[in-house]
Design a protein around this ligand. Structure first.
Ligand code: NAD
Length: 421
């Protein structure tokens, strides 16, 4: 039999099945929830700076819109695949539902290596994506946002292209935009901040005090850097940090600010051994995951904690800040080892919650203060954490299944009310 354990879409379906086995849900409805409503794929031709034309395979997967317009980021990268984007789209459906947002779930991607592009090529690629999918996007249809290797600048080009093609202003079509185009400053730190709130709730649950707690973070991009800064600010000692090139480790603790400064200057964390004052050791990403630490935070990519290494995880809790870092097989092992796992659909929902605030403000043309955004965001994550924990207790199950029970039943109810399966 084929080994599907590293196929994110197969894993997403397994997680859904684990929850629906506990829900009164018919086969027809399970079938509908297991597949995207719409799978769009197309090649994007891009004129390169040397005059040649290259084509890049792209996707927009719209999983479910029973609760509201499709919502989900666009990822650029050489590893992007149809199944990865399908999994991410499904996870978005559960994430927006769990947070109580009026959105469904979607995701997009382009197979490319953005590091090899000039700014002008990246702009043409971004605009090309909108040209392909313009008919399917809009503030009340499908609202993209940044994801891995995309950012506010990419959203600005995409919004501009969308508004040129449709002939009207529609800032609510994209979230994660620059502030000058209707974005909100607090969108950038929002996922890391939401992750920090989830860690705080986890610490309370495990009776860990931040001042004595240790944390290791895999991935030092948008999410990992902000999570590190907020955690360190609250007193957590960050003992290891990593990027795709390797990890640094120091029992004395690493200053995220120094690490960010050094990584910006030198390019990789592995070149930042002295950044924290006390010399750090260089370890691998695999070793980072197996450190003896209170809170382990995978904040890079899928399939990092698997059946292969779950038995060697030594953390008291794993807080999933990446999408899909912990596989269903690993979940089972961690449960046996009594390691608390806070699922991605809850722990990294700060980004989409802030995106929701951005969309609301665009629709109203009325903007809140950052303080208001952070305070509402914190309240929503803490509320979803408490409800998830309660649901997990009711069913004597883990928090991922608890989160799915809440999220899936809300979507299933909306489908039924619409007269569907
Ligand atoms: P990013 O591109 O800013 O950063 C990714 C980081 O992961 C980089 O530091 C990169 O070097 C590192 N990385 C890549 N491969 C690695 C590997 N094999 N081992 C260790 N590190 C590796 O991306 P991001 O926005 O920080 O997103 C990280 C994760 O969080 C993704 O799974 C993303 O889908 C998820 N997420 C992001 C947001 C958001 O608002 N940015 C919201 C929800 C979920």
């Amino acid at each position: 039999m084929a080994d599907n354990s590293s196929n994110p879409f197969e894993n997403a379906k397994k997680q859904l099945k684990a929850a629906t086995d506990l829900l009164q849900i018919g086969k027809k409805q399970l079938d509908e929830l297991s597949q995207p409503k719409r799978e769009l794929t197309d090649d994007i031709p891009v004129r390169m700076d040397d005059g040649s034309t290259q084509t890049f395979n792209s996707f927009r997967i719209q999983h479910n819109d029973a609760l509201g317009p499709f919502k989900g980021g666009i990822r650029f990268g050489p590893e992007v695949s149809m199944d990865e984007v399908k999994a991410l789209a499904m996870w978005m459906t559960w994430k927006t539902s769990l947070a109580g947002l009026p959105f469904g779930g979607a995701k997009g991607g382009i197979i490319c290596n953005p590091k090899n592009f000039s700014m002008a090529e990246l702009e043409r690629l971004s605009r090309g994506y909108v040209q392909q999918y313009v008919d399917y996007l809009g503030p009340d249809k499908d609202i993209p946002a940044p994801d891995m290797h995309t950012n506010a600048k990419v959203m600005a080009w995409m919004l501009d292209e969308y508004e040129k093609l449709t002939g009207h202003h529609a800032p609510g079509t994209f979230t994660g935009k620059p502030v000058e185009l209707g974005g909100i400053a607090s969108r950038e730190p929002a996922t890391g901040y939401g992750g920090f709130v989830a860690v705080q709730e986890t610490a309370k649950l495990l009776k860990i005090t931040p001042k004595t707690a240790t944390s290791a973070i895999q991935g030092f991009g948008n999410v990992g850097q902000y999570a590190a800064k907020f955690l360190s600010g609250a007193g957590y000692k960050i003992i290891a940090l990593s990027d795709s090139q390797g990890a640094i480790y120091s029992r004395k603790g690493i200053s995220p600010e120094d690490a960010i400064k050094c990584k910006t200057e030198k390019g990789t964390l592995a070149q930042c051994r002295a950044a924290e004052g006390a010399k750090a050791a260089i370890i691998t990403n695999e070793e980072l995951l197996e450190l003896d630490v209170d809170i382990l935070i995978p904040a890079a990519l899928e399939n990092q904690i698997t059946a292969g290494n779950a038995g060697r995880i030594n953390a008291k809790a794993v807080v999933d800040l990446a999408n899909g870092p912990t596989t269903p097989e690993a979940d089972a092992v961690l449960k046996q080892k009594k390691i608390r796992v806070v699922p991605d659909v809850l722990a990294n929902s700060g980004g989409v919650i802030a995106s929701y605030f951005e969309w609301v403000q665009n629709n109203y043309g009325y903007y809140w203060t950052d303080k208001e955004v952070f305070s509402r965001l914190s309240g929503m994550i803490s509320g979803a954490f408490a409800k998830t924990l309660q649901k997990a207790k009711e069913h004597d199950t883990d928090m991922r299944t608890g989160a799915y029970l809440l999220a899936v039943s809300r979507v299933a109810k909306a489908i039924s009310l619409r007269g569907g399966a």
